[in-house]
Write a protein that binds this ligand. Structure first.
Ligand code: SAM
Ligand code: GLN
Length: 278
């Protein structure tokens, strides 16, 4: 079969995906060991039997609902390629909005210390490290396996200004040193019916689900952050699209000031940012 036919037929059989053609292009490019642009350049080339068989196996995994990023073992975030495994959350485009806000709110010039709590694949810490090579970044995670992936992503991307720490919340960090604490913590309630099946079935539960109706991790971060932030330091948290008001209340309760809320690329309230009083 020709490249264009393999994609067409594959996409036709992938009814449950929202992006069947894109999925098939990514899987076929992977099976062929070529970039996606090759498929557009040579739609009439015949796909050899071995590549076709590999494609079919990958397609079957996708049909079961496995996320494309786990099948390919990578995901693009902030125009960088991150290795991902079932031990790491797949970085989301909405988290790029959090990175943008951090960059906008902190001085470009001064060398500062910032921390990313629950770094997963390292998406936030590594994107910030790439943009601000003179910042000293600390990244933590409670999962040793996720932290190993984050370390290897930093190494593959040539990042030198991140220190990684295994442990819960801010606990592995030195007190009182940070200009910003940043986190995309687990914030999904266990009974949230909006959580897509492919996330619930394939992504690590400890990366997604938080007790107290999705807010326990955010509450603990608000509680711990004042001990780790400099005066005037920033607390920047990603949250669920219905949680903005509750997150702002928690920040206020723990003494934070000048609370601002930012929308993600889909227009949903997604990031709360506030200051420790100076
Ligand atoms: N920062 C990554 C991103 O934005 O793609 C991953 C975010 S994921 C939603 C949350 C991460 O927090 C997971 O990697 C999980 O292992 C970690 N985590 C969960 N509970 C934690 C805790 N108590 N302390 C530190 N990290 C925790
Ligand atoms: N944005 C993810 C989702 O709803 C949740 C990630 C998180 O809990 N931080 O699929």
């Amino acid at each position: 079969m020709k490249i264009a036919e393999v994609i067409f037929q594959g996409a036709h059989s992938l009814a449950q995906s929202k992006t069947p053609t894109l999925d098939c292009e990514l899987l076929l490019a992977f099976a062929l060991g070529k970039p996606r642009s090759y498929l557009y350049a040579w739609p009439d080339h015949a796909v050899d039997a071995k590549s076709q068989e590999i494609f079919q196996q990958l397609l079957n995994r996708r049909k079961q609902g496995e996320p494309i990023a786990y099948i390919l073992g990578e995901k693009e975030f902030w125009s960088l390629t991150f290795k991902v495994t079932p031990d790491t959350l797949i970085p989301r485009p909405e988290t790029e909005c959090l990175v943008e806000q951090v960059l906008e709110h902190l001085s470009q010039e001064v060398p500062i210390q910032v921390a990313d709590i629950g770094t997963g694949s390292g998406a936030i810490a590594i994107s910030l490290a790439k943009e601000r090579p003179h910042w000293q970044i600390h990244a933590t995670d409670i999962s040793a396996k996720a932290l190993a992936i984050a370390r290897s992503n930093a190494e593959n991307l040539g990042i030198k200004n991140i220190q990684f720490h295994l442990g819960s919340f801010c606990e592995p960090l030195p007190h009182g040193h940070f200009s910003a604490l940043i986190s995309n913590p687990p914030y999904v309630a266990d009974d949230d019916e909006d959580l897509e099946a492919s996330c619930r079935d394939y992504e690590p539960k400890n990366a997604l689900i938080s007790p107290e109706n999705g807010l326990q991790h955010i509450r603990i971060l608000c509680e711990q952050a004042p001990n780790y932030l400099n005066n005037n330091g920033l607390l920047v948290l990603e949250h669920g699209s219905y949680q903005a008001r509750q997150v702002a209340e928690l920040m206020q309760q723990w003494g934070f000031k000048d609370i601002e809320s930012y929308l993600d690329c889909a227009g949903l309230a997604r990031v709360c940012l506030s200051h420790k009083p100076g």
